[in-house]
Design a binder for this molecule. Structure first.
Ligand code: SF4
Ligand code: SF4
Length: 215
């Protein structure tokens, strides 16, 4: 899931400077789980905007704000409320915000910062495990991603700063490469850590990413 966090209300109000009315959008998926843009947060935002003297013409919590067709359809169902607003405040990840900006000519304001693709450790605790590099090497690294878990993203580790299995950048954190070796010792897997792994060819994963499934 995409982990996101609400921007400080002062920043949001500053972005809305000059807007007297706003239409609010949240998302039922990741932003709801992160408690940054679900029903409850949209309701709280409405209260804060009203307290700041900004009218809320309406709100919508979309089932997957990153789904562009759904966003267009849902916005059409609230057309009058959207038309009445000076701008649209979106409480969804960057993908969701852009679904909205693509569906309307209104000023679109981002209420959240999108942080990372996260695993859920437990309720309210998220951890980045994958950096979406496009060329997964987990098979060679005992299922632990050094691109993400190593502070330097080293494909060949550990670095000289590793200290007793801890990372030189943060003594509280384990060295990802120490963990990889440890795990391989416990459960030998057919991978070759002796060989040098060349740098990733980022040209193979052009930006912006696109994928079209065959029909
Ligand atoms: S190597 Fe790491 S960053 Fe790349 S796809 Fe695999 S888990 Fe994600
Ligand atoms: S100590 Fe380990 S995790 Fe930290 S930067 Fe060096 S190789 Fe990466």
């Amino acid at each position: 899931m995409i982990v996101s966090r609400q921007k400080p209300i002062e920043d949001i109000l500053s972005s809305l400077d000059g807007c007297r009315s706003v239409f609010l959008i949240g998302c039922t998926k990741c932003a709801t789980v992160c408690k940054s843009g679900g029903e409850e947060e949209v309701w709280q935002m409405q209260e804060e905007l009203l307290a700041a003297g900004i009218e809320v013409t309406g709100s919508l919590v979309i089932d997957e704000a990153c789904h562009m067709l759904r966003v267009s359809r849902d916005l059409r169902s609230k057309q009058q409320m959207v038309d009445d607003a000076d701008s649209i405040l979106v409480m969804a990840c960057g993908a969701g915000i852009q679904s909205v900006s693509a569906a309307t000519s209104k000023k679109t304001v981002a209420a959240l910062d999108s942080l990372f693709l996260g695993n859920i450790r437990r309720f309210g605790q998220f951890e980045q495990k994958c950096s979406l590099c496009g060329e997964c090497i987990l098979t060679q690294t005992a299922g632990i991603c050094p691109v993400t878990a190593c502070a330097k993203g080293l494909l060949n580790g550990p670095c000289g700063g590793m200290d007793n299995g801890r990372c030189e950048t943060d003594q509280e954190s384990p060295c990802a490469w120490a963990e990889i070796f440890e795990r391989l010792q416990k459960t030998p897997q057919s991978c070759d850590l002796e060989s040098y792994r060349p740098p990733k060819n980022h040209g193979k994963v052009p930006k912006p990413g696109k994928l079209k499934l065959p029909k």
